[in-house]
Design a protein around this ligand. Structure first.
Ligand code: AMP
Ligand code: MG
Length: 489
């Protein structure tokens, strides 16, 4: 097990031409202290979790002391934000320290998010507030626990430095890891400047570093687009199945590797509502729950356009045409697993659809109902009551359960076996907004970070009941439901 200072760096992104980034050291944060250390990510990297107790650890992860071998930089990118092309964005507050060889045999880029201004900060301060780092830290683990591709975080370091947002808050730095942080917008930046050489260099960088077997293949760029289409379709299918709303699906927040990236005003559904928006600046509902697949495809069109110097139109279109069938198949498979259906029936999509309608009409808690369905027994009317109790229109749930009972009868499986399979597909613990808010309040108001760790543990194993955690598996109390999230972070 390593001390953080012993991590071995090999910074491949930093070896790209300087057009791709600006070299930028982090700006020191006054008197940093450790707020959270994620033992699971520490294990991935091979870092000793006992590092938490060494003052140097917080200094390294605040950016006050540079890790040996790091070559800090801010990457440049562009992006479509709410449908409008913004030609110049870039890491405005995230600083890439470099790429480390991890204990799990993989390589990860390490970024400090909130580590001070860069040439791409525009007029902003380059900082992140404690609230948003806690939300991103927990979201990465929640998604990972659900088996959804995501960036993850090693740690949060805080400081008493004041940060001005809608209120005064304090600063924090998140240590984020991912195989890379290349965005759809990274390609768009060079494409719209007519720098097609750079587009090719970036595409080949992703291929050489992530898909080395493709390097010699003449169709490698098509494979790259196909990969992005497929992974984005799978990622969004999983978001839909688990009730996740990203909130800011701008192309600068879309990972070329299909990782869930840049957690801002995201949320997990409590009651099911197709039009649910978590980002209060998104007045038009562009990034609502039910829009995400469509927006994902729109974003892939933007990526394909940015790759148009590498791929003829016909190939781009063929690749993009794969999105919808891939998305529908992935979503269908996930929902079948959640409903405990073992085989495929053409009517399953309708069955799912009618369930979602019944949930929406009755303001039914999405995760609670799906988890609860495992306990349904067609021959035992008493098992209907707890499911009906979740709904304001119990008859609609009851009618749907009749259909479900017929569908289950057609597969003729033992109920207990079905429940075991369903429990592994329907999380008990979901990163609901009110749970994250509680952890944030305790941290911000009382310097009590135990709730962050408590939630992290539950979310790391979201399918497994933990004694004493019943509250965490429940819908939010009626007083908590109307939290709106701001983009400012
Ligand atoms: P986002 O919508 O949060 O993904 O951010 C969009 C752009 O704004 C990115 O280029 C960010 O780096 C930049 N940005 C967001 N917040 C800050 C901040 N506090 N300081 C500097 N840049 C920021
Ligand atoms: Mg972003």
């Amino acid at each position: 097990m390593l001390q953080i200072g012993d991590l071995v760096f090999d910074n491949r992104f930093a070896r790209l031409p300087s057009a791709f980034f600006a070299r930028q050291a982090p700006t020191a944060l006054p008197e940093p202290y450790l707020i959270a250390l994620n033992p699971d990510v520490a294990a991935v990297l091979g870092v000793d979790p006992a590092e938490a107790h060494r003052p140097r650890f917080a200094e390294y992860l605040a950016g006050n002391r540079l890790l040996p071998g790091a070559e800090p930089l801010a990457a440049v990118y562009a992006g479509h934000q709410f449908g409008v092309f913004v030609p110049q964005l870039g890491d405005g507050r995230a600083i890439l320290l470099g790429e480390v060889l991890a204990a799990d045999g993989e390589r990860y880029e390490i970024q400090l998010k909130g580590a001070g201004p860069t040439p791409f900060s525009r007029n902003a301060d380059g900082r992140a507030v404690l609230r948003s780092t806690i939300r991103e830290y927990l979201a990465g683990e929640a998604m990972h626990g659900l088996g959804i591709a995501t960036t993850r975080a090693l740690a949060i370091v805080g400081s008493d430095q004041r940060i001005y947002r809608e209120q005064i808050e304090t600063a924090a730095v998140l240590t984020r890891i991912a195989p890379n942080h290349v965005r759809f917008g990274s390609f768009e930046f060079f494409h719209y400047r007519g720098q097609t050489e750079r587009v090719a260099q970036l595409a080949d960088f992703v291929i050489e570093t992530q898909f080395p077997d493709w390097v010699e293949l003449p169709d490698r760029h098509l494979r790259l687009l196909d990969m992005a289409v497929e992974r984005t379709a799978r990622m969004i299918a999983a978001w839909q199945a688990q009730g996740f709303v990203h909130g800011v699906m701008n192309t600068d927040n879309m990972s070329i590797l299909g990782l869930t990236l840049d957690y801002g005003p995201y949320g997990f559904l409590d009651h099911f509502e197709a039009a649910r928006v978590f980002n209060h600046t998104d007045r038009g509902g562009r990034y609502a729950y039910a829009m995400q697949a469509q927006v994902g495809l729109w974003n892939l069109h933007a990526l394909a356009e940015a790759l148009s110097s590498l791929l003829p139109q016909e190939q781009r279109e063929t690749s993009l045409a794969k999105f919808e069938p891939l998305f529908l198949a992935a979503y269908g498979d996930l929902m079948r697993r959640k409903l405990g259906l073992r085989d495929t029936d053409l009517a399953d999509a309708d069955l799912v659809d009618r369930l979602l309608h019944a949930m929406q009409d009755g303001r039914v808690d999405y995760s609670c109902l799906l988890r609860g369905l495992g306990g349904f027994r067609a021959h035992d009317p008493a098992t209907r009551a707890p499911l009906q109790a979740l709904s304001q229109t119990p008859q609609a749930i009851d009618a749907w359960l009749d259909e479900y009972a017929l569908r289950l009868a057609s597969q003729g499986e033992d109920d207990a076996q079905r429940q075991t399979r369903m429990d592994a597909a329907n999380p008990l613990y979901v990163l609901r907004t009110h749970l994250a808010e509680r952890a944030i309040r305790q941290a911000a108001d009382q310097r009590d970070y135990s709730e962050i760790e408590r939630l992290r543990r539950l979310l790391a194993a979201p399918f497994t009941p933990q004694p004493g955690a019943e509250d965490y598996a429940a819908p939010p109390p009626a007083t908590d439901v109307a939290v709106e999230l701001s983009c400012s972070s």
